[in-house]
Ligand binder design. Sequence first.
Ligand SMILES: Nc1ncnc2c1ncn2[C@@H]1O[C@H](COP(=O)(O)OP(=O)(O)OP(=O)(O)O)[C@@H](O)[C@H]1O
Length: 293
Amino acid sequence: MTDSGSNADRTSTGAVRGAGRQPVLSVRDLTISYRRGASAARAVSGVSFDLEQGDRVGLVGESGSGKSTLASAILRTLPPNADVSGSISLHGDDLLAMNRAELRRIRSTRIARVPQDPLGSLNPVFPIGRQLGDVVRAHRRVSRRETLALVEEALRQVGISDAAVKRRSYPHELSGGMRQRVMIAMALINHPELLIADEPTTALDVTVQAQVVELLRRRVAESDMTLLLISHDIGVISELCTRVMVMYRGEIVEQGPARDVLTNPQHAYTSSLIDAARGKPRAHRHGSREVTV
Ligand SMILES: Nc1ncnc2c1ncn2[C@@H]1O[C@H](COP(=O)(O)OP(=O)(O)OP(=O)(O)O)[C@@H](O)[C@H]1O
């Protein structure tokens, strides 16, 4: 991850590591506003960063800081009332200029998403195996038999050992943890370069959360994938991420190696987030504004 616009100063380490290679994702001066009637509210303000191959970057920040807006811009799923300026490129390809057909081609094969709510993302009327198979066949010319083999392999890779049976299950027949495993299988089945996970464990029981975090960690490491993980949970970030970006009111206010940011935060807001995660909420000053987390 290289810094290009943040006001934190230790992010240059990523720039050295990525020198000479094209980043997987490059975001430059990204600004996003939502139109509401005659007015507009800015949700993301002049954000710039790079993600290099294999980077696992945690995006943290309080509710409303712009994390999901940033992720939606990268996924090209912003609502029609969003105005975007700046640039986002995926291995040099201009994501913001892509038309629908181009976006269909890159979704799942180059960029994929693990959602917060698997139930809302799965189709209730089809077995999960069929839904995984549809994702494969949307992008590859493979026989039914090959599709089935790929689906069962994908399910086994996320720890679903009785894949031949489980693939016939409907979403409502599975537990929340199982459904999230299915979503991870679906996100990875076409080997994307970049995985965006938006609060992937928030909707799960605490015990299942740990298993899903471990699964994500293993699968991302096995495939040397680039990960952008949005989370409020500093614990999840420290388990999964090598680097951290902190968003505050639409800006990236701090970024750097996870160990440095989480043990020695430079920005008062980041300290508050870490204290909040340790159960020590407190108020601090940010600029002229009083903030409580
Ligand atoms: N569709 C929309 N229309 C108008 N404003 C929106 C829309 N979506 C988000 N916003 C506003 O944009 C700002 C950033 O919201 P966003 O959801 O990106 O933050 P977030 O950091 O992801 O928050 P959370 O952690 O609660 O998901 C907020 O002020 C929010 O109210």
